[in-house]
Write a protein that binds this ligand. Structure first.
Ligand SMILES: C[S@@+](CC[C@H](N)C(=O)[O-])C[C@H]1O[C@@H](n2cnc3c(N)ncnc32)[C@H](O)[C@@H]1O
Length: 250
């Protein structure tokens, strides 16, 4: 097996899909990283700089409420939320990833849990003022995404927010290899989960070559403080036209 980190992940994903177990390769890749020092392709071990600007869009109620990080990986985004003052739950399907979070952040206030998005406890419904989902949907097969989007939408309390990020493509553009970019239509499915779209940005990042991405903020409506639109992200009413796709390999 190749030692290139993305190739290893793609090989594991392809095999798991072919065997009809599309959720099992996450633990395999984290376990390989633990045992053999293999790199996890998405683990930069820093809070995601593509997502942090979205938080300027969310009114700062005091005290800050409960926050949920979906597919938390090694925990850097969850720790950022906790340092910001949220009471954070973070979950991942991979037990090895969650043990690594607990090992890395031994004095953490984050409640790290092993859980599968598709079978989380029903009592999580409507419990979170802030939910952060980045890059989980794009590593799930397209046929599981609608259910995943419904599950994520359900977590959000009235007046609460969803911060969302993924890789992006147009309908008709090939998905390519894992990670599989979402279309605008797929990302809009959150609206069918009862959320309003507050911000939606379709942009190219600063990687070389640049990667096309979506980042967005959704809200479950109630009588909450008015939105403050930050200067660094684009309101939905003014969605930019993306430049032609770069040569991103996923
Ligand atoms: C592409 S990674 C992104 C990790 C993290 N959000 C980040 O930005 O670094 C997707 C994560 O979602 C987790 N995951 C995939 N399917 C899941 C599921 N059904 N339930 C919970 N976590 C899942 C994977 O184990 C992996 O850690």
């Amino acid at each position: 097996m190749s030692t290139d980190k993305r190739t290893v992940a793609r090989t594991l994903a392809k095999k798991a899909f072919a065997e009809g177990r599309p959720l099992s390769w996450f633990e395999e890749i984290y376990d390989l990283a633990r045992q053999e020092g293999a790199a996890v392709p998405w683990a930069d071990r820093i809070p995601d700089p593509n997502v942090l600007p979205l938080f300027e869009a969310i009114p700062q109620a005091e005290p800050l409420g409960r926050a949920l990080k979906v597919g938390c990986g090694y925990g850097d985004d969850a720790e950022w939320l906790a340092q910001r003052g949220h009471c954070v739950t973070a979950f991942d399907i991979s037990p090895t990833a969650i043990s690594e979070c607990r090992r890395r952040f031994q004095n953490s206030k984050v409640n790290y849990l092993v859980a599968d998005l598709f079978t989380v406890p029903a009592e999580w419904g409507g419990q979170f003022q802030l939910v952060w989902e980045s890059y989980t949907l794009q590593v799930l097969p397209a046929n599981l995404r609608p259910e995943a989007i419904r599950a994520i939408s359900k977590f959000i309390a009235p007046g609460g927010y969803l911060v969302f990020a993924s890789r992006a493509r147009n309908i008709g553009e090939p998905e390519g290899d894992m990670p599989w970019p979402l279309t605008r239509e797929e990302a809009k499915e959150f609206v069918h989960g009862g959320l309003s779209e507050i911000l939606f940005e379709d942009y190219f990042d600063k990687e070389l070559p640049p990667v096309r991405r979506f980042r967005a903020c959704f809200k479950r409506e109630s009588n909450q403080p008015t939105l403050q639109t930050p200067s660094s992200v684009t309101p939905t009413a003014d969605v930019p036209v993306a430049p032609p796709p770069g040569a991103a390999d996923g």
